[in-house]
Design a binder for this molecule. Structure first.
Ligand code: PLP
Length: 361
């Protein structure tokens, strides 16, 4: 594997993947109806349950996270019923759209980009109307806001008919998440964010309540039919051909993640957040996300110094780093520093001192 011209990824997905993990993908191929595959799948189940802090099953799906958005919306919202989507950035906005495009009725609680949702907002909405699901993004990657998932869960669990669906695509393995304890019915993630794997796999911790609900939904489609996926999963298998090489990489990466320890991993991310925020404030950039809800995995830096983000990215490219220039409607007014996955504090320090050199600080 050549190192020539490789720029280390400081973008919020895909993130830098360690060489050992990339190399785990070069295992000899096995058939997915073989005993060896069943064993691989079973190993993944055990480790993924630990990683999601759940006793329930964890779906392993050949798709990006977006696929499981579609699956969640299709399987969890009945005809004639509604979902409540909490929207405050590009990703939460898109998930609401995915529900609508699948023919589901959606109500939205919108907050300004950069703000978090509160349990009070959700409590008020649930008092007014019955919802089949509340859909929340744990960590809004466009704005760098982490929502209070545990506290919102305390509200949602008071309603028997309402499933709690959480997108933790850029939160999982970087920010504390306890699926069972926090009453989460469905927690979905992708491989290429804080999991630090190549893109192409999606995972979701799935409660029994979700599967009971799916039985009451007629048009579940096929590829993301949760009842089909569950019936294969019970046999340590998948309905169609999975990305086996990526699963080898996941198997290896989960060993390293669990060896580091979930709490240590969450703490390392919190330290990287604090370092980045301190840097952004002291250089008079500022931070876009509301104080108190700033993400441990990605900082959306407010461009208070009004630097040219294209020039910045070019300069940093010369130092061997691939940088982000902001997302969606806040591109340029902000830029993001991803500090997730297997990034170390010392790599982050290298990134920040490169940026210092660019601004002449
Ligand atoms: C990246 C991202 C997605 C989309 O995931 P894909 O794996 O690209 O489909 C969804 N939600 C959040 C919060 C994300 O950061």
């Amino acid at each position: 594997m050549t190192q020539n011209n490789h720029k280390r990824l400081v973008i919020p997905g895909p993130v830098e993947v360690r060489r050992e993990i990339l190399e785990a993908q070069t295992e000899w191929m096995i058939g997915h109806r073989s005993k060896a595959f069943e064993e691989l799948f079973a190993r993944l189940q055990t480790k993924l349950r630990q990683a999601f802090v759940t006793q329930s099953r964890v779906f392993v799906q050949g798709s990006s996270g977006t696929g499981l958005w579609e699956g969640a919306s299709r399987n969890c919202i009945r005809d004639g019923r509604k979902a409540l989507h909490l929207v405050g950035g590009a990703f939460s906005e898109r998930w609401a759209e995915v529900s609508q495009l699948n023919g589901k009725q959606v109500d939205i609680i919108a907050v300004e980009w950069g703000q978090a949702h509160t349990p009070e907002m959700v409590a008020e909405a649930l008092q007014k109307e019955a919802y089949d699901a509340v859909c929340v993004v744990h960590n809004e990657t466009s704005t760098g806001v982490t929502n209070p998932i545990k506290e919102i869960g305390e509200i949602v669990r008071q309603y028997d008919e309402t499933l709690y669906l959480v997108d933790t695509v850029s939160g999982f393995l970087g920010i504390e998440l306890r699926v069972d304890e926090w009453g989460i019915d469905f927690a979905l993630t992708s491989s290429q964010k804080a999991f630090a794997l190549p893109p192409g796999l999606a995972f979701a911790a799935v409660s029994d309540r979700v599967l009971d609900r799916a039985k009451q939904v007629t048009n579940r489609g096929y590829y993301f039919d949760f009842l089909e996926i569950e019936s294969s999963l019970k046999k340590n298998n998948t309905p169609s051909t999975p990305p086996v090489s990526l699963m080898f990489a996941a198997d290896r990466q989960l060993d390293d993640v669990l060896a580091e320890g979930l709490e240590n991993r969450w703490m390392r991310h919190a330290q990287m957040r604090d370092l980045t925020i301190t840097w952004a404030d002291s250089r008079e950039f500022g931070v876009f996300a509301q104080d108190g809800y700033r993400s441990p995995t990605v900082t959306t830096v407010a461009n208070g110094r009004n630097i040219n983000v294209d020039d910045m990215a070019k300069f940093m490219g010369g130092k061997g780093f691939s940088m982000d220039k902001g997302y969606g409607k806040i591109k340029g007014k902000t830029f993001r520093i991803a500090h997730m996955g297997d990034m170390t504090i010392s790599t982050l320090e290298e990134v920040l001192s490169g940026l210092d050199e660019f601004i002449g600080a």
